[in-house]
Design a protein around this ligand. Structure first.
Ligand code: SF4
Length: 311
């Protein structure tokens, strides 16, 4: 099959807009959408801007780092800093850290690791052996978000970039709809126009790009990413949202984009009514909805369980 725009061989067939793209036109199509998202989600004209990029070592985060560097490296007022949160999941996270280090080194971007063990005293594996009353993601999600914010604050970052593709993003939207959690729905990143005290605004440059296209972009640009799956993933509630959206997308290509469009329009209407005051956790100082944040409450429970066992 030939590219719709030139005589080259097509590498990808874009079902939702009916075009076939060669390597160059695919890369161009990909980067154009990322540039548009960066323009919409950030203000890069306000003097010096630091973007902290969370890199797990998987395709989405490494492509985010690569494409941000490609698009922004000529702008002298922008610094990218990369970091990886090491949850302490044996067999899974170490290869990702290695890939994150490798790409950061190739691109000349500073990279550091922040770990659950150092910050909270436990690896996620240890937490799961202590407390089986919750699924792993319920411990891991808030802890990761807290550390991502902490390291970005430490780096004086203006924005925290997350590698989340269209598939994952549309699932997050749907999950909040299914739960009826309007407040969390409104608080989803990107945080453009809904800045909150102590919370580094998150941006999601790949949120309109399907997972498959992220994989193709990574392959076409020789980005060496880790392909592993978190061993706890099967417990994730997200799987159900993924299945629903995949079925709908198969029947009606463009469903994922439609979900994001619906989100953008409804969030704008709702955000003034769901501002919610942000407090500072009185234990760790991180932003929180309550006096004590979710992570510190969780750690208290875990420590209680450890104490009981040792008596
Ligand atoms: Fe953490 Fe769950 Fe993601 Fe695994 S799947 S890294 S446990 S949030």
């Amino acid at each position: 099959m030939k590219c719709t725009f030139c005589n080259e061989k097509a590498v990808y067939n874009v079902k939702y807009n009916g075009t076939a793209l060669c390597k160059d036109h695919f890369i161009n199509f990909f980067e154009r959408r990322v540039k548009r998202e960066i323009r919409n989600q950030t203000d890069l004209k306000k003097g010096h801007v630091t973007i902290s990029v969370a890199v797990s070592g998987g395709k989405d985060s490494l492509v985010t780092l690569y494409v941000l560097n490609k698009i922004l490296s000529e702008r002298k007022n922008i610094t990218l800093k990369a970091f990886t949160v090491d949850e302490g999941i044996s067999g899974y996270r170490p290869p990702g850290i290695e890939k994150a280090f490798k790409l950061s080194r190739i691109l000349g971007i500073e990279h550091e690791v922040i770990s659950f063990k150092n910050e909270f005293g436990y690896t996620l594996d240890e937490i799961m052996s202590i407390d089986k009353t919750k699924i792993s993601c319920s411990h891991c999600g808030p802890m990761r978000r807290s550390l991502m914010n902490k390291i970005s604050m430490y780096n004086n970052a203006d924005y925290l970039a997350l590698g989340i593709n269209l598939d994952d993003y549309s699932q997050s939207i749907l999950m909040n709809v299914i739960r009826g959690d309007v407040s969390r729905y409104v608080r989803l990143a990107p945080h453009t126009g809904i800045e909150r005290d102590g919370l580094i605004p998150r941006i999601i440059p790949l949120r309109k790009i399907p997972e498959k296209e992220v994989v193709i972009y990574a392959i076409l640009n020789n980005i060496d990413y880790d392909n592993g799956w978190c061993p706890y993933y099967k417990e994730a509630y997200r799987n159900e949202a993924r299945n629903i959206i995949n079925v709908l997308e198969e029947k009606t290509p463009g469903t994922r984009q439609a979900i994001v469009k619906f989100f953008d329009e409804t969030r704008d209407l709702l955000k003034d009514n769901y501002k919610g005051e942000m407090k500072k956790c009185r234990i760790c100082g991180q932003p929180s909805q309550n006096e004590v944040c979710e992570v510190c409450s969780d750690l208290y429970e875990i420590n209680q369980k450890v104490l009981k066992k040792s008596i």
